[in-house]
Design a protein around this ligand. Sequence first.
Ligand code: IFM
Length: 435
Amino acid sequence: MEKVEVNKKFLWGMATSAYQIEGAVEGRGESIWDRFAQRPGNILDGSRATIACDHFRRFQEDVALLADLGLNAYRFSVSWPRIQPDGTARSHSERGIDFYNKLVDALLSKGIIPLVTLYHWELPQSLEDLGGWKNRDTARRFEEFSSVVARALSDRVHHWITVNEPRVVVELGYRDGIHAPGYREKPATLRQVAHHLLLAHGLAARAVRQESGQSAQIGLADNCAIKIPFSSSLEDVAATRSAWRQDNEPWLDPIFKGVYPQDSHPAVMAGDMNVISTPLDFYGLNVYHGVRVRASPAKWELVNFPTSHPRTTMGWPVVPECVYHGLMDLHDVYHPRSILMTETGAAFRDTVDSRGKVHDPDRIAFLESYLTQGFRAKKEGVPLTGVLVWSLMDNFEWERGYTQRFGLVYVDYPTQRRIPKSSARWFRDYRRKTQ
Ligand code: IFM
């Protein structure tokens, strides 16, 4: 392995989200995922996140695990309905705030930097009943929620992620109907939902800035559509850039330039674009895979991976070079000040062996190859400032329930026992070698 060197400020961590790990649903308001999961057929294994990893009760143990893994950063999300059980009311729950206060304090006591995500898909059901993200007012409610959280935590939290993967909310939640709230809407509605999410991102960024001042690092976590040129020919490289622009400009032009491309215009009100393009301190890239593109008479075409190509249990192809191309394209076209890999990782079929250990060589190979490509881009000038692996532990993988294990720590759900996989130790050693 080529020696990778990064400075002490480089963030090495793990990522999770509240709904996927916390459990303790009785202590919070209903979210759109609670409602969605009740409909038969929506969750592959018919499961619920009622207990999940029981992290709400076991967070101290989980923070101790993070510390054992020698990490300096942890990304988690704040559950909106835990803070505002009735999203339509302006009040908030002190008990909810108290949980995150304790979590932040526990992390800091171990020298771990907390990165807080404000929206990781847990819309209060009461807001969904008023139209959810189809309703512009939801962005304003999110601004209020963000202020409440920032007011409570910003004396100790300095890294903020407004919205996680707004594209997934639109594409899986409002277009394909396989994520909450489960709609199949027309393109015009999808554009409006996307606009409201972008507006929510900008309003939250401003709210956090106002509560926490200039030192706060504010960004979003986006699963940018990554394209890999099929060959290094000039034609394929140019075709790949066209495909990249087509998929990414509708999301990234508003954020970085304050404009929508001509053919993807939603209804916009005065001032919206200024809010959406509020300058970011970092861009968070969630990166798992990419598609290959080559030139064709129709400008460009996708080149499928053969069926024999290695895949994770999600069915996603293992494509390490997607990290390099994802980072380079973003840097080249939009020049974010800093880019944080806010998620990367893989689900494999992990099992506990007769000695109680979990060996996951596929995940180690995956992470090593993906990180190598990230550091290749860094060497070529990309301002990569950290890597957060998805995920700290196996958890509730949305519409797939508990069928996917993404964790570096195995969770035995019936007993809630945590078993660090070999990849957890590998990641700790990998980090050590960079210092
Ligand atoms: O589990 C999800 C996470 O919530 C958002 N990014 C992708 C992960 C794996 O699907």
